[in-house]
Design a protein around this ligand. Structure first.
Ligand code: ADE
Length: 248
């Protein structure tokens, strides 16, 4: 996959993309991420990319022309959808990430200030995405979040192929709890089942914990979802045990 990031602080995203899973995916040739500074596409010596909003008001607005020029340059390399990151976009979720991961390329535009001139949005932006209902100082952090979520879904990006499959949300449920060594830490033992070596019991325990956690923390994910007979039974068991501890 080819990803191009355009913004005022592309270096911030570059640093992030050199680390961990994304860094490794780049080394393996699974993804190539390129970075473009909007100021390089300004048409004056002072490299101006923003101006005051028509109609007045606080802040500055990114001008259409530098963005159009940047997109012309980037697009001459490959034709990919242009994604603009802003709190006004569609909120990213697992299904959307999987859809984005199926594309051969992405052009990610990170905004700043009060936003970008609406005319470039209409002329060149294909999709607007938000990473949540809060406002960041700029789209770079959101771009890093989107790229991270997408790249880890690309075949071969994770060392262990099961890791992405078992992530939270993959089956529409939250992840089960994890434990590692030592077996006893400050008097607390890991759940016995996990050291039993019995794979079927471990599978059932994990499924039960996933269902229970989802019910406790994100009941909205269970709404309208059809559970099979085993899942129903395990969730009931979890609820009874939970209530048995005196919780409601
Ligand atoms: N830019 C500023 N806030 C944002 C958000 N919540 N999501 C995506 N881009 C943003």
């Amino acid at each position: 996959m080819d990803i191009d990031v355009i913004g005022l602080f592309p270096e911030a995203v570059r640093g992030f993309c050199e680390c961990g899973i994304i860094g490794r995916a780049q080394e393996l040739g699974i993804v190539t991420v390129r970075f473009w500074n909007l100021r390089d596409f300004a048409h004056d010596k002072r490299r101006t990319v923003d101006d005051r909003p028509y109609g007045g008001g606080p802040g500055m607005v990114l001008m259409a022309e530098p963005i159009a020029r940047a997109l012309d340059t980037v697009r001459s390399g490959h034709d990919a959808p242009v994604l603009y990151l802003s709190p006004a976009g569609r909120v990213l979720n697992h299904a959307a990430v999987m859809e984005l991961a199926s594309r051969p390329g992405l052009i990610v535009l990170a905004g700043r200030y009060e936003g970008v001139d609406e005319r470039i949005m209409r002329a060149a932006v294909d999709e607007e995405w938000s990473i949540g209902d809060y406002v960041l100082s700029g789209g770079e952090v959101a771009a890093a979040v989107l790229i991270d979520a997408v790249v880890r879904q690309l075949p071969g990006a994770l060392g262990h192929e099961d890791s992405a499959r078992e992530d939270s949300f993959v089956g529409g449920l939250l992840d089960y709890p994890h434990y590692t060594r030592p077996e006893v830490w400050r008097d607390e033992r890991v759940p016995e089942v996990l050291v039993s070596g019995d794979h079927e019991r471990i599978r059932v325990w994990r499924l039960r914990e996933s269902l229970g956690r989802t019910w406790l923390r994100r009941p909205d994910l269970l709404e309208g979802r059809k559970l099979d007979a085993e899942q129903k039974r395990l969730l009931e068991e979890f609820k009874q045990e939970y209530r048995g501890y005196g919780y409601e």
